[in-house]
Design a protein around this ligand. Structure first.
Ligand code: GLN
Length: 469
């Protein structure tokens, strides 16, 4: 990473860089609204960071769904307004211990439920490429902050696409790690069996140093494991011998023509770099959307039960305990969160459990097996991230189904627990960025990075910057 190298070589200091980040927030954030909290004391903390530490004082931003001690955590919701977490998420703590400086918290759809950041209770974030468009979501604040050059990298979370899709909409790179490779401790749970913490950065090289620090077993998250070594190590210089699968199910009717064209061109480039391109099938792909929108709300309905007016601020109602629950939740949860809680509770209710939740779990296994089969023959799968480029703010306003459809290509990786790397691969006719994802077998992020680096070594899409001051 260029910025990191400059810090390590003493070409700049963490304090100077952190100050520059804050100045850029000051200059741009009134039009972007990428940040929910900015830490004015960051430059002071930066001057205390050890230059010799692996991240050498690198300033980064963190999606406001991860806990950072000393900074408010809202999760984009009014129900947590004023909440100060008494601890720091493991992923963030590891970065801090390695010398990263957190400059602030970025905007998110409420509890990460959404694909546009429009569900934030604190207002939408604007896409730096066109302020009338959404930045994607739910990690839209982090994506916009990186794309606008405010920070060199930012943390996001991906339950059903929330790192890859905003990366695609904002023309940057992003990694959604294998489920269990990065600790979820200190992440406000949405769909616990799907959630993963990852990174957004301009290029693959910007993701790697943070990724290396963040991975590994955490005694505070029983689902984490120490990554076993990957089976085949690929080279970043040449893709000769690398097998890349292209799933027919990801190139369907309804996808924006330019998205398909740019992704196919990117695949051609991988071929020119030596990769073998193999047509494959992931036959259960069409079920990912209904399966996800049963399982994620079901898990969310349980996870969000804790916001009850007793344990967190604020509190409404006083007649009875039920009155407190009803009024606090009724007043402070947004419409999308309420919709998910209702869907989820319904899917889990006696009488419907087997028909919905149980059935969805079985189909999830079929989706996972599709990937297991595919990865017997290929090292990575290349596919579009979203069927369209960033849409206009408000255009999906009262149509939740249209919004859910945006996730069609990102949900399978979460259901299967496999990693996904987002890479910018070009633009549409309106100059809006287009992304491609590379999915890999569990614990093969290093391979995805190698392919991504080879691609970015041969192309310049990741160097394109929006014209925003
Ligand atoms: N858009 C999907 C949802 O609304 C995914 C969100 C996410 O990955 N956090 O659930």
């Amino acid at each position: 990473m260029k910025t990191l190298k400059e810090l390590q070589d003493g070409k700049t200091t963490s304090r100077a860089l952190t100050k520059a980040c804050l100045a850029r927030v000051e200059a741009l954030d009134s039009s972007l609204h990428a940040f929910l909290h900015v830490d004015e004391s960051a430059p002071e903390r930066a001057s205390q960071v050890d230059k010799e530490s692996p991240l050498a004082g690198l300033p980064i931003a963190v999606k406001d769904i991860l806990m950072v001690e000393g900074m408010p955590a809202t999760c984009g919701s009014k129900i947590l307004e004023g909440f100060m977490p008494p601890f720091t998420a493991t992923s963030v703590k590891k970065l801090q211990d390695a010398g990263a400086v957190i400059i602030g918290k970025t905007n998110t759809d409420e509890f990460a439920m959404g694909s546009s950041t429009e569900n934030s209770a604190y207002g939408v974030t604007h896409n730096p490429w066109n302020l009338d468009r959404v930045p994607g979501g739910s990690s839209g604040g982090s994506a916009a902050a990186v794309a606008a050059g405010i920070v060199p990298a930012a943390l996001g979370t991906d339950t059903g696409g929330s790192i890859r899709q905003p990366a695609s909409f904002c023309g940057i790179s992003g990694i959604k790690p294998t489920y269990g490779r990065v600790s979820r401790y200190g992440l406000a749970a949405y769909g616990s069996s799907l959630d993963s913490v990852g990174i957004l950065g301009r290029s693959v090289d910007d993701l790697i140093p943070l990724f290396e620090v963040m991975v590994g077993k955490d005694p505070l998250d029983a689902t984490t494991v120490d990554a076993p070594s990957i089976t085949r190590k690929l080279s970043a210089e040449s893709l000769v011998g690398t097998r890349i699968g292209v799933p027919a199910e990801y190139f369907v009717k309804g996808i924006q023509a330019e998205v398909e064209e740019r992704v196919r061109e990117a695949i051609k480039m991988l071929k020119m770099l030596g990769a073998e391109i193999i047509p494959i099938n992931l036959p259960h792909t069409e079920y990912a959307l209904p399966v996800y929108y049963i399982l994620a709300p079901a898990e969310a309905s349980a996870n969000l039960a804790r916001y009850d007016g007793i344990r967190y601020t604020p509190r409404e109602g006083e007649k009875s305990l039920e009155d407190v629950y009803r009024q606090t939740r009724g007043k402070h949860f947004g419409a999308e969160v309420e919709r998910r809680i209702m869907l989820g509770t319904y899917a889990l209710s006696a009488g419907y459990y087997d028909a919905y939740y149980g059935q969805a779990q079985k189909v999830r296994t079929l989706i996972r097996r599709d990937f297991e089969e595919a990865f017997k023959n290929v090292d990575a799968i290349a596919a579009p991230i979203a069927p369209t480029t960033a849409f206009e703010i408000g255009s999906h306003g009262d149509d939740p189904l249209a919004m859910y459809l945006e996730d069609i290509f990102t949900l399978p990786a979460n259901l299967a627990g496999v990693p996904g790397l987002a890479l910018p691969v070009g633009f549409d006719g309106d100059n809006m960025p287009i992304g491609m994802q590379l999915m890999g077998a569990p614990f093969s992020e290093e391979n995805l990075f190698a392919i991504g680096r080879a691609y970015q070594g041969a192309t310049d899409w990741h160097k394109e910057k929006p014209n925003i001051g």
